[in-house]
Design a protein around this ligand. Structure first.
Ligand code: GMT
Length: 393
């Protein structure tokens, strides 16, 4: 009897759910390349593996979401283009689709990632449904929904209203929780649930990937991965690279979740054409990360920086700016070196030091990997979301 139960527990998708019934969860996120969409997709995938029924609702299928996975569904939001509107509206069709999916599938809750406009649409969707059929609404704040849009007088009051009407609000770092309370003047509870990463098996070996990128075995491969928005300060990353004094061979791989065109002129001016390799909209992140040796991030603000965490899982340390939630992720010495924002000489000298000292780099990388597994793995973080769902339901 015990043996049969043990086998069932280990292999069942309900593993970890004890005797509780699986939940039906609607997830809305931005489907394009970006940390909040990546996190939401990974969360949906993990929840489905744990036996819950997951319904993604968005204008496109999130780019990292696997096709044909059990209990994982996608509902597109169709937006008609009316001449009448100068600016197309997404919030209303999204809210109608959320209400429709909630009703058709009996959703227990809508979990929206990135407040604008997803939280507002979820509140509206809930209000469209009769009592008893209304899903709970959970809003996860990711970063610029608070730090950029929260400051904007045209958005702030609507975000605050949506948070006040949510059944629970989470933030991806303690830093972001503080900023949300301060900038949005939001007095309600905010649960901090850090981001997680669950790497998939790489499909190419480190050697194969480096060969494909044209990186020689003795070259140190630096990497930067982001959506390249101005606050990522890719200009400073390039400047820091151009000032390196190391005599060791190195290249910089940019995994661009946006067009790299605005930086081409700077690359030319700094004489970095032979150093910089750009890959846009890469989905096989694991293959690329295992080929890399050191991450470089110069963001002027960052609520968490999922890219650093992804690298940590591959034992790849980073040199990054000490801003926002990054110190919650990287403890100086474990996972990387942190420098003051805007301090290009400090950025360069930290990169130089780690290029010159491969054993320090490896030590830092392996300490970072342990830290990532202990604190930011799916097994640690996903149950925190499940507990929150149970609490609000
Ligand atoms: O604001 C952005 O740069 C985009 C945003 C997103 O949705 O991709 O990124 C935010 O969410 C990520 C996932 O939680 C965090 O890792 C990023 O740090 C955060 N970006 C900022 O705070 C600037």
């Amino acid at each position: 009897m015990y043996a049969i139960f043990a086998i069932f527990s280990a292999n069942s998708p309900m593993n970890g759910m004890k005797d509780e019934k699986p939940l039906k969860i609607g997830i809305t996120c931005y489907p394009s390349v970006g940390g909040s969409g990546v996190l939401a997709s990974a969360l949906g995938e993990e929840l489905a593996e744990r036996g819950h029924e997951i319904h993604f609702i968005s204008y496109e299928r999130p780019f990292r979401l696997p096709a044909n996975a059990p209990r994982l569904h996608f509902h597109p939001v169709i937006i008609n283009d009316y001449d009448l509107f100068k600016y197309p509206d997404y919030t209303l069709p999204l809210s109608v689709k959320m209400a429709e999916v909630s009703c058709d599938h009996g959703l227990d809750l809508l979990h929206v990632h990135y407040a604008v406009p997803h939280a507002t649409a979820a509140i509206l969707a809930r209000a469209m449904l009769p009592p008893g059929r209304q899903p709970r609404v959970i809003t996860t704040l990711h970063g610029t929904d608070t730090t950029l849009l929260g400051r904007d007088a045209g958005y702030g009051p609507a975000i605050r209203h949506a948070l006040n009407c949510s059944d629970a609000v989470t933030a991806v770092s303690a830093f972001l929780k503080g900023e949300s309370q301060r900038l949005l003047d939001f007095g309600g509870p905010v649960d901090v649930i850090h981001n997680f990463f669950a790497p998939r098996p790489a499909r190419r070996s480190r050697e194969e990937m480096r060969r494909e990128l044209g990186v020689a075995p003795d070259e140190v491969l630096l990497f930067h991965s982001s959506n390249l928005r101005p606050l990522k300060r890719v200009d400073l990353v390039l400047e820091a690279i151009s000032r390196l004094e190391t005599s060791k061979p190195f290249r910089l791989l940019v995994l661009a979740g946006g067009s790299f065109a605005p930086f081409v002129e700077q690359v030319r001016r700094l004489g970095l054409e032979d150093r910089v390799i750009v890959r846009e909209n890469v989905t096989s992140i694991e293959d690329h990360l295992q080929a890399a040796d050191l991450g470089v991030f110069a963001s002027e603000t960052e609520s968490f920086c999922l890219s650093i965490l992804e690298a940590m899982f591959f034992g790849c340390p980073s040199v990054a700016t000490r801003v926002g939630g990054i110190p919650e992720l990287v403890d100086d010495g474990s996972g990387g070196i942190l420098v003051s924002p805007g301090d290009v000489p400090a950025l360069s000298s930290a990169i130089d030091a780690l290029i010159e000292d491969p054993s320090r780099r490896r030590e830092m990388g392996s300490a970072g990997k342990s830290r990532a597994r202990e604190r930011f793995s799916a097994d640690v973080i996903v149950p925190q979301y499940e507990a929150l769902y149970r609490r609000v339901c």
